[in-house]
Write a protein that binds this ligand. Structure first.
Ligand SMILES: [Zn+2]
Length: 336
């Protein structure tokens, strides 16, 4: 039964051969809903509900909640904070960005949305269909010592993981981004987000970001406004920057040759935060661009299609520079 259902669902959305499908989950039974301008029409899932593939971002909109004091969703045990949308002449509404983790199992899950109004709260419940994404399989050959870690390196890696986890726990409760997201570097995107990795013949963790091949020393910019939550020099990620955009939304920039910001710095979209390098587990210069959205590892390119460009959110306070005239990217190397 589930197989049939999934197959049907897959057939229905497969013509939308886009990197990202930004879907609006219609809460139409309760609120009138208006689709965002310039957003592709939402793919229909089961029973008129909406769906997305692994690694995508869904835009969920709750309309007409003038009096709400807090709107919060829960999806697969992850908390989805909603933020208020202001549009002149329209009733207030709330938007939540629902990240589908690259390893969420295909299936239909509940998105529970709690709308609080003072002491009172009402619960809305919706089905979200998670569809399977076809991820590539990558065979990588790396020096043995970079793959099979000795005891000391394993201990270092574990400590680093914990440090990152702790730093990302205290995310900003304010929404810090105001404009659309921008690509952090001019370069050649490899399209290997989520790829299954076989390193020196052994399966490893899937690739949790996107790699962009670019020349050594090319500028890396913050993809949106935020605060630098953590700068690192770690065994796998090399020199890296974690930017907190607020409400559980992080972007990460790894393998840098130089980091030009420090913990706690406020950054704006398009601000240079580092230089492309090959530090950590990398065999050539490139940027690893990763995203965590309320705990979900999503495709960073999903951000570029989010509909924040045309006045959906308050007017941008950040200026987005025109892309630098960067030299032509080099061939994309084998990477981490
Ligand atoms: Zn990578």
């Amino acid at each position: 039964m589930m197989m049939t259902v999934l197959k049907q669902a897959h057939l229905r959305i497969s013509p939308l051969d886009r990197t990202v499908i930004t879907a609006v989950v219609l809460l139409s039974s309760v609120f009138p809903v208006e689709l965002f301008p310039n957003t592709p029409s939402a793919p229909k899932g089961l029973d008129g509900q909406y769906s997305g593939k692994q690694g995508q971002v869904l835009v969920v909109k709750v309309k007409g909640e003038e009096q709400a004091t807090e709107v919060k969703g829960t999806f697969l045990s992850r908390t989805i904070p909603f933020f208020r949308e202001f549009r002149p002449g329209e009733p207030a509404s709330y938007i939540g960005l629902l990240g589908i983790d690259m390893q969420d199992d295909p299936g239909t899950y509940e998105l529970a949305v709690e709308v609080k109004q003072g002491e009172q709260a009402k619960l809305l419940s919706f089905n979200v269909l998670v569809a399977k994404e076809k991820f590539a399989v990558e065979h990588l050959k790396l020096p043995k010592e970079k793959v099979d870690l000795d005891e000391k390196s394993v201990a270092r890696w574990n400590a680093e993981q914990q440090l990152v986890q702790r730093a990302l726990e205290e995310n900003s409760r304010l929404k810090l981004w105001h404009s659309n997201f921008v690509e952090p570097v001019n370069g050649k995107r490899t399209g290997i987000f989520g790829s299954v990795r076989i390193m020196n013949g052994k399966p490893r963790n899937p690739h949790n970001g996107e790699d962009i091949g670019a020349p050594m020393g090319a500028d890396v910019v913050a993809s949106n406004d935020g605060v630098v939550r953590l700068t690192v020099d770690h065994i796998f990620s090399g020199r890296g920057v974690y930017v907190d955009h607020g409400l559980g939304f992080y972007t990460m920039y790894f393998h840098l040759s130089e980091v030009l910001v420090k913990d706690g710095d406020l950054v704006t979209a398009g601000q240079i935060i580092g230089k492309v390098g090959a530090t950590g587990r990398a065999t050539g210069p490139h940027l690893h661009w990763g995203v965590k959205l309320n705990g979900a590892r999503v495709n960073p390119y999903a951000l570029l299609d989010l509909p924040f460009k045309n006045g959906v959110t308050p007017p941008a306070t950040a200026t987005i520079p025109t892309p630098e005239t960067a030299p032509a990217p080099q061939a994309v190397p084998v990477k981490e």
